[in-house]
Design a binder for this molecule. Structure first.
Ligand SMILES: [Zn+2]
Ligand SMILES: [Zn+2]
Length: 432
């Protein structure tokens, strides 16, 4: 009994202490107003992977992120960066994210233990003033983050290269202090020397598409949009299906992982090199090509081709890259295979109904049957329809459910209430 009380007192003392230790982290005690860039390679397949450090460098003289929201409160993504003070063990900074490597693992090649692939990854964080441990984490089979790789950074030992800006950023929509704004850099990709004028027009087009759709529209004064334009020798991007190979600014290509309209780049170091000196929280790549295509990964980057559907592709892809939202449509692609048989997906807008309470159950009107049957007939006026749990989401026809019959993440309707709420929560992390 005595032992029990001793344990209870210890726990009561410890719990509030560790919580307040995080709350009391003041940015200026631990960080400089500058951006540390960490380049590493992730090598492996679905079963195992390992990360190999390439370099630390200073990406920017300022830190574009928040100086008050240092720990990521949103439990999303399959990976997390966690920064710990080496001396006191206080957790100083964290961000969840996803990777192109993670997507690869859900392809046929990624499932094969003999088919090992290498991907470049880049993490940005505020530049530490004190020695820190930089932990790269990944979810285990119970969905908990565990550290797989640790890098030690010591400001007195690590000499840092300060990366020089390659291109001057164009202010497309400027609302001041990056610390309290959502800074998106739009990178022009696939523009040749003769395309300078079109590039400027496309920057304006993308700016109006982005700020024309809710929830971006009503918070337009909280965004900074920057344009980075780099003119290559030729126009367009690589499309192996059309037998077209182009040496473009960030080396992007259609048909990534054998999926025709998956337009991405694997050249992360080259991409971030072009952005040195520009304050950015998120990257949107604007590709000068008229074939339908795009793609995006949470806290990684978003891609959209400039074509007639861009008005819709663009907010959809930012739903992935900024909001960490899942696709709500069904797709039977034999190259891609993701299942949620025994777990609840981490994305906020899909559920396997294993733990519906942790998702949007509280938004479902009383008396709504779960699963819910979608009303018949086509979508009208981009209306998402009533909240319930509709089967068919996350590429799966069975066993995965979405909040509404329609959504930006399914068929370019307006963002449904669940997706809208998450986007606004994330915007708050940058602005409050
Ligand atoms: Zn999508
Ligand atoms: Zn949705």
């Amino acid at each position: 009994m005595k032992r029990f009380w001793l344990l209870a007192i210890t726990l009561i003392c410890l719990l509030p202490l560790s919580a307040s230790a995080q709350r009391n982290v003041r940015f200026k005690d631990y960080f400089n107003n500058a951006t540390l860039r960490i380049d590493y390679l992730r090598i492996g397949c679905m079963k195992h992977d390992t990360c190999i450090l390439q370099r630390f460098a200073i990406q920017n003289d300022i830190w574009a992120g928040s100086t008050t929201q240092l720990m990521d409160p949103i439990d999303n993504g399959d990976y997390r960066l966690l920064v710990v003070d080496s001396k006191s063990r206080t957790e100083l900074y964290s961000r969840c994210y996803n990777t192109l490597f993670g997507e690869y693992c859900f392809t046929i090649a990624g499932h094969d233990k003999d088919s090992v692939a290498t991907f470049e990854e880049v993490m940005l964080m505020p530049l530490p003033k004190v020695p820190v441990e930089i932990c790269l984490q990944k979810r285990d089979k119970n969905n908990q983050f565990v550290t797989t790789t640790t890098y030690h950074y010591n400001p007195t030992d690590n000499r840092l290269e300060k990366l020089r800006p390659r291109v001057k950023p164009l202010a497309l929509h400027n609302n001041g202090d990056p610390h309290t704004r959502i800074d998106i850099v739009i990178v022009a990709e696939g523009y040749g020397k003769q395309d300078q004028r079109k590039m400027r027009e496309d920057f304006d087009k993308f700016t109006s598409y982005l700020l024309g759709e809710e929830p971006f529209k009503s918070r337009a004064d909280q965004f900074n949009l920057w344009g980075i334009g780099f003119l290559a020798n030729e126009s367009g991007v690589t499309d192996p299906n059309a037998n077209r190979y182009v040496s473009s600014a960030v080396g992007s290509t259609y048909n990534i992982f054998n999926m025709d309209r998956y337009l991405m780049t694997t050249h992360l170091f080259q991409l971030h090199n072009l952005l040195a000196g520009c304050p950015y929280d998120h990257i949107l790549i604007m590709a000068n090509c008229d074939t339908y295509g795009g793609g995006a990964i949470y806290n990684y980057y978003a891609f959209s081709a400039v074509q007639e559907m861009s008005r819709f592709i663009l907010p959809h892809e930012l739903g992935h890259s900024i909001g960490g939202l899942a696709d709500e449509y069904v797709e039977d692609d034999p190259n891609y295979n993701r299942r949620y048989e025994n777990i609840e997906p981490t994305e906020p807008n899909i559920t396997s109904l294993k733990d519906f309470q942790s998702k949007w159950q509280y938004l479902v009107p009383q008396g709504t049957p779960i699963p819910t049957t979608a009303p018949k007939g086509p979508m009208t006026n981009r209306d998402c329809g009533p909240v319930g749990a509709y089967e068919g989401a996350g590429y799966l026809a069975k066993g995965c459910y979405r909040p509404c019959p329609h959504c930006m993440m399914r068929d370019y309707a307006y963002f449904c209430p669940v997706c809208m709420k998450r986007m606004n929560e994330i915007f708050d992390l940058y602005t409050k």
